[in-house]
Design a protein around this ligand. Sequence first.
Ligand code: MSP
Length: 644
Amino acid sequence: MSLYITTPIYYVNAQPHLGHAYTTIVADTYSRFRRLCKEDVRFQTGTDEHGDKIAEAAAAAGIPPKEYADRISRLFQEAWPLLNIEPDTFIRTTDAHHVKTVQEILQKVHDKGDIYLGSYSGLYCRGCERFLTDKELVDGHCPDHQALPQPISESNYFFRMSKYQEWLIDHIEKNPDFITPERYKNEVLSFLSEPLEDLCISRPKSRLDWGIPLPFDAGFVTYVWFDALINYLSGIGYPDGEEFNHYWSVAEHIIAKDILKPHAIYWPTMLRALGLAPYKRLHVHGYWNINEAKMSKSIGNVVRPETLRQDFGVDTLRYFLLREMSFGLDASFSDETIIARQNSDLANDLGNLFSRSLTMINKFAKGTVPAPADLEPQDRALAEAATSMVAAYSAHMKSFAFHRALQEAWSVISLANKYIVTSEPWVLAKDPAKTPRLNTVLYHLAETLRLIGLVLLPVMPETSMKMAAALGITPEVFRKHNLIDHGIWGLTEPGVKIQLGASLFPRLDKKNGQNRSPQKQKVQAVSGESIEAESDIGLISFDDFRKLDLRVAEITAAEKIDKSDRLLKLTVMAPEERTVVAGIAEYYEPEELVGRQVIMVANLKPAKLMGVTSHGMILAARDEKGRLTLSSLAAGAMPGSKVS
Ligand code: MSP
C-alpha cells in the first residue's frame, strides 16, 4: 500500500508556532508509522505565500512580497528538521511549477463552463481588505477598525460550486471515513443541508496585486483557496507526472478545524469539476490553547517550536503533543503539563524500566542478554502483553488515535516495571541455583524493551534509536526493522552485547519552562448544579483537613447525562466501584476520560443530580476565566490510595 500525506501549507505572515508544529509532527509520525508497516509514503508540507495579508506584512516590513515570503518560508523550512520532521517535499505557492498548474486548472475549469464572471456586492472594510458579513458588524461598524464599511459592487469570477452539492453529500454519506473524526463529518453535512453558494475565486488586480493572474482575464488574480488547495496536486506533478499517477488515489490531508470548510467543501467540488477523484481521507484535529487561553500574538503567548525544543528536547515535545491531545478535540499546553509528562511517563516509567533493565543485564549477566530457560506464567503474560500491544498500537495509529496507541505502549511499560518488582532479579542473583530463572527474567525485559523501542520510533525517533543501540542493534540494522517482521516476540538473540549509555530522560523541574506562567488557579470540587464548593484557602486546622477523605479514583466509564449540558456520569474505581456526577461536560468528552486517574473527595454525603445519585466529588482546577482542568496524578497510583 502507498500513502500520500499532506499538511496545510502555512501562511507566511506568521512564524512557525506550536499549532503548525503539531500538525506537521502528526504528519511526520504518521508517515514514519506507515513506513514502519513497510508502506511506500510521500509526505508534503509547504508555505502559502499569496494574498492581502502577506502583501500587507511585506509592506509593513518595507520589502517586496516575494522577498518577505522567502524570508518566512525559510523559517518554516528550517524549523522542521529541528523537530526531526522529514517531509519529502516542501512546496511554495510562488514556485513556478505551482503557478503554472494553478493557471492550467483555472483554464480547464473555465473552459468547462464552471467558472463565470458575476458581480459581487457587499460591505467592504478597507482595513480588513475584505467583505464583512452582517453578523461581523457591530453597530454597522467593523469591530477591528471602528470604520464604516463601504458598499462595493464589483465584478468577480465565481466557481460553480453549487452544481456539485448533491454529489458531495452523496460522496460523504457513502464514504464514512472520508472526513474524520465523525464530529467534523457531521458539521460538514449540516452545513451542506443549506443551499451552497458559488465560490468567489478572484480579486481585481487593482485591489490585490500579489496573486496568480487568471489566464483568461489579466485584470484579475485568483484568490486564496483556488491557489492554495491546488498545491496538493502541483506538488506531485499533476496532470501527467509519474508521482501524480501513483499517489493521487492515496491522498490523505491533515488539517485543524479552522480550515475544514475549504478542505471538505471547496476542494472536493474543485476536484470533481476537474474530473478527478476526491482525496481519500481528511483528518481534522482540534486547537492547542496555551494555559487554556487561545494562542495569539496580541496576548503574547505564542509558543515557538525552537524554544520548546531547547527547553524540553525534541522527543519530549513530540511525545507530549501526541499523548496529550486526543485527535479531533482541543487540548491545552502548559509547562506544568509537559514537565509532568516528562517526569512521570518518560523519566519515571520508561526511563526507569530501561535503565534498571540494562543495569541488571550488565551486572547480573556480564552485559549480554542471556538465553531464557523455563517459562513461568508471568513471563508468558509479559510476552503476550507486549505482542498484543503491537497490534493494538497499530490499530490506534491507523485511526489517528495517537494518545491511545501510546497508552497501549505505556501499559506494557508499567507491566514490565511490576514484573521487575515481583520477580526480584537482585534476589535471584544471590543464589547460583536460580541463574536460569534470572536469565529468563532478564531476557524478557530485553525483548519487551526492544518491542517498546520499535513502536516508539514514529513518535520519538531519537529515543527509539538509543534504545535499539543499547540493546545491541546497530543503526544500519535498526533502520531496516519494521512492525510486520520485527513486531513479534523472540527476535533478540541470546548472547547479544548491550551498550550501557546515559539515561533516556532527565527529570525536569519548573525552571525548564520559559515564562509562560499559568494563570492563577483555584482548586475546587466539581460536581453538578450548585454544589460547587470552592475550598477557599483560608487557614484550617490539621484536624479539619483530616476530615476530608481524598482518594485516587480511576475513571472506568463516562457518559453524558440526558438533558444536561454540564453533567457527566462517571464510574470510578476507588478501589470499589462507585458513581460520581461531575459538572465537566463542557470541557471533557466522555471518551477522553476513561483510564484517567483523578482525586476524589470520597466521604461526602450522596447527592442526587438530574436523577443520578453522586457518591463523591472530583477535584479540578478552575482558572480566572472559569475554565477547568481535572486533577491528575503525575505517576500512576493504585486506585483507592489515600491522598494526603
Ligand atoms: N494557508 C492556509 C492553509 C492552506 S492549505 C491548502 C492556512 N494557513 S495557516 O498558517 O493559518 O495554518 C493553519 C493551520 O495551522 C491549521 O489548520 C493547523 O494545521 C495549524 N494551526 C494553527 N494554529 C493552531 C493551533 N492553535 N492549534 C492546532 N493547530 C493549529 O490556513
